[in-house]
Design a protein around this ligand. Sequence first.
Ligand code: S3P
Length: 412
Amino acid sequence: MIERVKSPRRLRGTVTPPGDKSISHRALLLNAVADGRAEIENLGTGADIGSTAACLHSLGVEIGEGVVHGVGLGGLRKPSGPLDCGNSGTTMRLLAGLLAGQPFESMLVGDESLARRPMDRVVEPLRKMGAHAELDPLRVGGRPLHGIEYSMPVVSAQVKSAILLAGLRATGTTRVVERVPTRDHTELMLEAMGAPLTVVDRTVSVETTDRLQPLDLRIPGDISGAAFWIVAGSFHPDASLEVLEVGVNPTRKAILELLPAKVMRLREVGREPVADLQVGTIPAAPAWDWDASWSAALIDELPVLAVAATQLRGTTRIAGAAELRVKESDRIAAMAKGLGAMGAQIREREDGWEITGPTVLTGARVSAFDDHRVAMALAVAGLLAGGTTEIEGAEHAAISYPNFWRDLESLC
Ligand code: S3P
């Protein structure tokens, strides 16, 4: 599907991004193995969340409109066929952890993009825990696990979470040590569900347990979805936007340090902080003096931050972002191609981009490379560009943000 985007004279209105994708996956997965019924409000609507729900259904978990009927840590059923994780890396990696200690073997498959993504990063620690785990296709389960202490070689919340989920059923203590902190939604939710979990500095430990309490929760809006409106509103010449009910967990809100959205009505929902954001045109600003250590906390926002960098004065060198090469697409190449076609001065580097601005972007025909965040980032570029931008593969936005095009239209 092709979407055409033009820069409106004024960008005005209010949007509410969908429930946070990371928290939604965890709310389903953890409540699925809790002891009883949980109600979840504002669950993410993207196709990735649908993939997690469908896999859990195949494992014998009943999930209705916002209700999960937990079967307990030992209550999952051997699926009758492969579990289809679709486009979702989070589904595949977290499920691998949850299923590793089950008495049966599960096979996890996905679409073409997911089949290309690295899964050895979860297989390796799971094997250290005694798991039977094979690659291509990914198969886990059938052997008991024991706790390990694992220093993470990759910076990944998905891998950390997979090990912690496996640790719930492993004998003894499972410890994960992070070099660089990553999103902590798994830790917060496990604690809220009464799991024996402790966090000291960058080490998370979990003890074996036989029960999790079900957790009713309301999921905050996805700041990684809000990021598109934060960039569009900051750089459009006549913008005033409100983005409502956005999760501002400290491990996720680094974008608010780069772009000055006004944080209003800060409150806590469940254990997660939430706020409404007011975003408006910012004065001309200099290029960012990028520190490679920032990239981990901004990993999902980097495609749209590359768009932002085209509007800053001077050269921004985004580094430390090699992980983007193994996301739903090679996001470094995809954004260099798209923004390059729109006239940006952007050079691909192994672990990021060198972007010089400010550039008046011009509309062009660009490809989303079958990647939701690339589609939406290029749409934001289209909102700032002269002429018409045509985005091929626009439908991929529905992986994380099904109402994205409707929200975009409402702001124009
Ligand atoms: C996620 C972690 C990040 C992120 C992804 C969601 C999560 O992936 O990019 O969109 O929910 O844990 P990595 O763990 O691969 O960095």
